[in-house]
Write a protein that binds this ligand. Sequence first.
Ligand code: AMP
Length: 420
Amino acid sequence: MGFRTIRGTRDILPDESYEWEFVENQIRAWFRRFNYREIQTPAFEETTLFARGIGQLTDIVSKEMYTFEDRGGTSLTLKPEMTASVIRAFIQHHLGSSAPLTKLFYISPMFRQERPQAGRLRQFHQFGAEALGSAHPEIDAEVILLATSIYASFGLEKTVLKLTSVGCEKCRPGYKKILQEALRSVVDRLTADSQRRVDENPMRVLDSKEPQDRAATANVPLVKDHLCPECSDHFRELQSLLTKTGVAFEIDGRLVRGLDYYTKTAFELVSGDLGSQDALAGGGRYDLLAQELGGSPAPGIGFAAGIERLLVVLEKRSLFRGEAPHATVFVATLNGEAREDAFRLLQELRQSGISAEMDFHRRSLKAQMREAGRQRADAVVLLGGDEWKTGLVALRDMRNGEQRQIPKEELADSLLRMIG
Ligand code: AMP
């Protein structure tokens, strides 16, 4: 018996947490290079924020949210994604009033009650960016480059970028009618799920992964071929910018993305190493969202990426370059008299910026040396209890076994030199 993690959630244990640290540090460095600033938002928000910001018809809102009533009777939801929360904060704190462009990034846990399967967790982590204030394709290209640069820096140059335009409020309604007509003519050949979507959310039929739906819709018209002149120009200019900066992409007219609020640009980064849940990251433009959430108009574009899926791919390709951290110096004692001095020295070393450890079981020297080895310490400082007389301590380099006596005052400097 005993308590266990809830289905779809995971502990991140010390042996993997350094991988997380390595990955997060590198991601942060890229956000800084692109001049994005970090934002953190609460784990839960009013349910209506997500219902409105993501869309009632999406899978997330209709069946995946962790929604609960608090003791005051307010309906709250654990955040299933960040864009709605970021826009809420952008409006609430008037972030748009101090600069023409607001560039934000986040790294945060998300919560969705999905059917647990490989690559799908109920608490997972995303990093992502949102750029608010510009309607021009340069910023679309920047956000895409930011995402692709991050993956390339981990050694994942072969990640496939799928790109399309989903149109805007001017061209999409007309296209939806054309699509619905086309879908009605093949409706008997669609899966039950897709049949239901023909009326309420026809574009979602296009991104169904079911072979039956794929076959039935092989020849239906795609929105990228029915764009208004403005969307069409935007899409063309974006492609040109990407080509100029050497970013390879595939146009995928079936890419719809789950969320209702996308306008114009939509994209996804996929990896062949992930099986059926192959999306590493996804994003797009959402020019109407700020208004939808009660703010002034503010065009925006962003992306969100799964950290667990990135880790899976890095693991599979053996691309980790980080090293598990360990204490660099072990302070050992020859006898009980030296123990208090050892404890004080431990604190002095730590204060000089050296990661240090000692034995907390009052064990023999032999056992302490074994422990130092087990912990892969680079060096051992040996105290015998008469250092106050001689002023010398024994320092052993664990990598070559060499041992020498050095003046106690020089210990920190010697250690720092030794471990580089
Ligand atoms: P989405 O917000 O659904 O577009 O997801 C963006 C990215 O987050 C995906 O490409 C995945 O990498 C990751 N992701 C989404 N849902 C999950 C989940 N349930 N478990 C793990 N990763 C997820």
